[in-house]
Design a protein around this ligand. Sequence first.
Ligand SMILES: Cc1cc2nc3c(=O)[nH]c(=O)nc-3n(C[C@H](O)[C@H](O)[C@H](O)COP(=O)(O)OP(=O)(O)OC[C@H]3O[C@@H](n4cnc5c(N)ncnc54)[C@H](O)[C@@H]3O)c2cc1C
Length: 291
Amino acid sequence: MKFNIPNFQEHVILAPFTTMKVGGPARWFVTVATTKEFIHAVREALRNNVPYCVLGKGANVLISDKGFDGLMIRAKNSHYVFRDTHVTAEAGTDLTTLVMQSAQRGLAGLEFAAGIPSTLGGAVRGNAGSRESEMKNVIETVDILNAKGEQKTLTVAQCEFSYRNSRMKQQKEIVLSAVLKLERGSKDTILEKVKENFSRKHKTQELKFPSSGCIFMNPAASAAGKLIENAGLKGMRIGGAKISEIHGNFVINENNATAEDIIMLISVIKQKIRTLYRIQLHEEIQYIGFD
Ligand SMILES: Cc1cc2nc3c(=O)[nH]c(=O)nc-3n(C[C@H](O)[C@H](O)[C@H](O)COP(=O)(O)OP(=O)(O)OC[C@H]3O[C@@H](n4cnc5c(N)ncnc54)[C@H](O)[C@@H]3O)c2cc1C
């Protein structure tokens, strides 16, 4: 196996590149600083017939203890440019940077994303959001690389966004960059809203320990966190993993948890919620390296 990729590494432990701080090694690992490098890395994996996967901020993943037997591409392409009410940004751009830069320019639409740890690419793929809004409401177009390594531009309609879902997620397409469409507003009002959202997250989420945010998507007409709380599961521990006392939908890495500890806790939660409420919970987090 010969990659024609400058600076790729072998057997790189992935835990430090995730917010959960869990996960074994990637067989091959490369950080891409430009979209050109990003496309090249994916095409090299395809040429060598090697599985590949992208890591943004690692804020919505659970990586197995045995790691990922393929090429892990860490997206750090982060060039962005504002033009009038639009911003074109590469996938590795930090979402909080875009939130703050938009607010400073008096551009509204991204306030809901304050406090969501994410790259733009991860947020677009998962249609990240809050009660207020979601990514699909600010997207004009998305540049992708499909499973054959072909580059395409999709309109927002072609992205087929739904709750924490998109065509890119379903079809395993890579997000390279996106054009966001914002609206002119009062800078002070926008900054106030951003501040409010940051402080609400600090009050309602468990931020002292590593986590991947909400483990489960909310089932129709209920909140997964409330179901878990009502089931009396808050505070339950397996190994180093614990269900947060603050937010029932957060599993935290309290004390050197393994992916195995977390998976076992997730299984207990799913089983209990199904038995008590006849509701099947589905993971929001993305599993890597478990097959
Ligand atoms: C404390 C905390 C709070 C959170 N709060 C929220 C919240 O309020 N709302 C919300 O929606 N989420 C929330 N999350 C979850 C997380 O922040 C989002 O899902 C975020 O969008 C993940 O982005 P990422 O860059 O970290 O993606 P990663 O976790 O790195 O990747 C997630 C998935 O996307 C894939 N991926 C990443 N980049 C690309 C790309 N460029 N192209 C194709 N695939 C890609 C990965 O392979 C993986 O399957 C929270 C997480 C934490 C830790």
